[in-house]
Design a protein around this ligand. Structure first.
Ligand code: CP
Ligand code: NVA
Length: 300
């Protein structure tokens, strides 16, 4: 039985095969080919924080696989009244086939998974956003082929999505240049483990020079709302503009996990421009996660 709490829970071959299977699911969905491979499977989804894409993509995805999703927010369950994560995990394990969890602290999902006898999937924590990486790589592979030996520029906050990029740079063998303010660097443990493929700098132009993929995310992630004003000042020079994109490779792609703030981390011209694949990236969430669920269900 396998969990998917971090990109590093998969081998590089497994990661690539899930990404490729995601592309196949997308093609089947576009051709209206049914793929209800897991009738009667149930996914419990626990959301401690807001979500549009993650919730919708898992719910629609398991429906297409022939199963069903049950949404549980902490406040509506006994967890909101103090029932422990461990006890909840034991109960859920008796009733559902998979659990998806979005929670502020990465330790909570690890604690939950340690007591859960069905696969647990990470739908974002303060540390990582691994499902997003499957969708991003599906978009990259579909447009440009394998990302091995390519260069990716990350512009902005060293946040959960950035940490996940460090993990997959190591796993899939690409170079990652992160441009971020010194006080908003990625997690030091993640960085230490991924240091052979990742360089951190403050110069956005040096990070973008010749890059094959340029990625950014919001300046203030969920849970950082009270730092918004300080962050706006610190990140003022960390905006992906057309001038910055012009420094990247001619065929460079632009990605953003969304939701986006036009005029902050990216200009409207870039996110709504020809190099941006953000809508396909978002749509891929559903197909990549169907491939993930298939992998986890088959490995029970
Ligand atoms: N990208 C992403 O995870 O979006 P949501 O917060 O809407 O789920
Ligand atoms: N870094 C963002 C990603 C949202 C999908 C956040 O954690 O809010």
């Amino acid at each position: 039985m396998r969990h998917f709490l971090s990109e590093r829970d998969l081998t590089a071959d497994e990661f690539r095969s899930i990404v490729n299977r995601g592309s196949e699911f997308r093609r089947m969905w576009e051709a209206n080919e049914p793929h209800a491979l897991f009738p009667n499977s149930t996914v419990a989804m626990i959301f401690d924080m807001s979500s549009t894409r993650t919730r919708l993509s898992f719910e629609a995805g398991i429906t297409q696989l022939g199963g069903k999703a049950i949404n549980l927010s902490r406040s509506e369950t006994q967890m909101g009244r103090g029932e422990s994560i461990e006890d909840t995990a034991r109960v859920l394990s008796q009733m559902v086939d998979l659990v998806l969890m979005r929670t502020a602290s990465h330790e909570s999902i690890e604690q939950f998974a340690s007591m859960c006898t069905v696969p647990v999937m990470n739908g974002l924590t303060d540390l990582l956003h691994p499902c997003q990486m499957l969708a991003d790589m599906q978009a990259y592979f579909d447009h440009r082929g394998d990302i091995k030996d390519k260069t990716v520029a990350w512009i902005g906050d060293g946040n959960n999505v950035c940490n996940s990029y460090i993990n997959i740079a190591d796993l899939l063998g690409f170079k990652l240049r992160i441009a971020c303010p010194v006080e908003f660097q990625p997690d030091s443990n993640v960085l230490e483990r991924g240091k052979s493929n990742t360089t951190v700098m403050q110069d956005v132009t040096a990070a973008c020079e010749g890059a094959d993929l340029v990625v950014t995310d919001v300046w203030s992630s969920m849970g950082k709302e009270d730092e918004q004003e300080q962050r706006k000042r610190a990140f003022a020079d960390y905006c992906v503009t057309s001038e910055l994109m012009a420094l990247a490779a001619e065929d460079a792609l632009f990605m953003h996990c969304l939701p986006a703030h036009r005029g902050e981390e990216v200009t409207a011209e870039v996110i709504d421009g020809p190099q941006s694949v953000v809508w396909e990236e978002a749509g891929n969430r559903m197909h990549a996660q169907k491939a993930l669920m298939e992998f986890l269900l088959n490995n029970r």
